[in-house]
Write a protein that binds this ligand. Sequence first.
Ligand code: HEC
Ligand SMILES: [Cu+2]
Length: 331
Amino acid sequence: MQSWFPFIPESASTYSGDVDALYFYISGVTIFFTLLISFIIIFFVIKYRRRNAFEIPRPIEGSHKLEILWSVIPLLIAMTIFFWSAKVYFTQYRPPKNAEEVYVVGKQWMWKFQHATGQREINELHVPVGRKIKLIMASEDVIHDVFIPAFRIKADVVPGRYTTEWFEATKPGRYHFFCAEYCGMNHSGMGGWVVVMEPTEYENWLSGNANQMSPAAAGQQMFESLGCASCHGANAEGGRGPALLGVSGSKVALNNGQTVTADEGYIRESILNPQAKIVTGFGPIMPSFQGQLSEEQLLQLVAYVKSLSIPKTETQTAKPAPASKPSATPK
Ligand code: HEC
Ligand SMILES: [Cu+2]
């Protein structure tokens, strides 16, 4: 699929138009000045050429007016580029609160996706048109990068932390995505397709693949089996660890006087490296679970902890459904 202009991929997300406009603007400014300066150079070369062997040029005194003018004009132009790109960047890299979450794990050399409702996919991602989707991404091995040209988004997937990107697709279709960070032998094959569907079609697809446990439900099982529940009981009183209900998204006071927001990154760190940030009023007794969990399991635990803060009005995202379905032992 190509757009009207060769070299520019299909434009299929809410901000791909903004990115293109900025791109054309920067290209336009560059081309304009390249031509202008080239023309002036050639013009001067001809106009001020040496006409005879003994010619002595008139000395040039310099001009402050001119110096200021050709410093200030480029500065103003550069500032338009700066503010415009800052604005585009700002919307791109701040996922909206109400986005639906998809968990992404990259490993040599494939992409695993899991929807908040449980469906898993490999090298293919189904999403509905017109809804905001946030990808929470982790790597099992080396740095990868999720690049979806038609949506104009691209973000590294870095081992040891979560990165995110978000989009809202504007038209149904199949869009190629790539790993955009050289990651070893089969890097070039590490990609796939984002399938954007009409909402009803998407609901059908979801229900047709509904036999998997949601990440939050899988996380809940692990929460029991790993013994998290023994310290993080449902009721705060007398628990050895803080109650986790409502933690996600809240401000947590630490024993060093700092406050942090409990986002995915914080929850992740709390599990792998509990000593890094100690919640005020508690001792550093939580064991580290580093090395015991795959990125996928970790994402499921995080999904479970996050689901503990969803109020009664449960819209989409993680449903801590009765974790009864036997299937899918988390890998
Ligand atoms: C031995 C008891 C113990 C076990 C087992 C334990 N924790 Fe903790 N956990 C704590 C304590 C104490 C704290 C508060 C001190 C700190 O931040 O390390 C804590 C903090 C946390 C926090 C940060 C909470 C906040 O209010 O900011 C999270 C999230 C968390 N634990 C998740 C887990 C998960 C998931 C497991 C199981 C994989 C687990 N814990 C197992 C004792 C425990
Ligand atoms: Cu890769």
